[in-house]
Write a protein that binds this ligand. Structure first.
Ligand code: HEC
Length: 99
């Protein structure tokens, strides 16, 4: 195998690696988040109006995730990390629309 061919192959491999790791870091599964959210008792203390009120507390994606975590522990839902991220993705898509 000549050196150029080798180089091309390893470059292609690198690209595949980058592509897969980007997918793995994708911002959660919204559909699953929606299911989790509707199936939980999240509406016990507040409805979805807190997500859209003018003076809402959450101003970025990290804060949204932190708040979902806080509220989840209030409820003792004990969502796993990936479930927290799914619910965060759902709320973001539906209400917050952070980039
Ligand atoms: C034990 C009561 C309680 C439950 C149950 C609860 N929350 Fe909350 N939630 C609060 C309180 C209190 C606030 C803060 C309201 C405020 O600061 O005015 C809040 C605020 C929030 C916010 C931020 C709203 C904003 O201002 O932008 C999000 C997002 C949120 N909750 C998500 C959830 C999710 C998801 C669940 C279900 C796991 C949930 N909450 C269940 C009490 C609760």
């Amino acid at each position: 195998m000549n050196i150029l061919k080798k180089l091309t192959l390893s470059l292609a491999g690198l690209l595949v690696t980058v592509a897969t790791s980007t997918t793995a870091m994708a911002a959660g599964d919204e559909a699953n988040g929606k299911k989790l959210y509707t199936g939980s008792k999240c509406n016990q203390c507040h409805g979805t109006e807190v997500f859209t009120r003018k003076d809402r507390k959450v101003t970025d994606l990290a804060k949204l995730e932190a708040q979902v975590r806080r509220c989840d522990s209030n409820l003792n839902t004990n969502w796993f990390d990936d479930e927290i991220i799914d619910v965060t993705a759902h709320l973001n898509k539906q209400y917050y629309k952070f980039k």
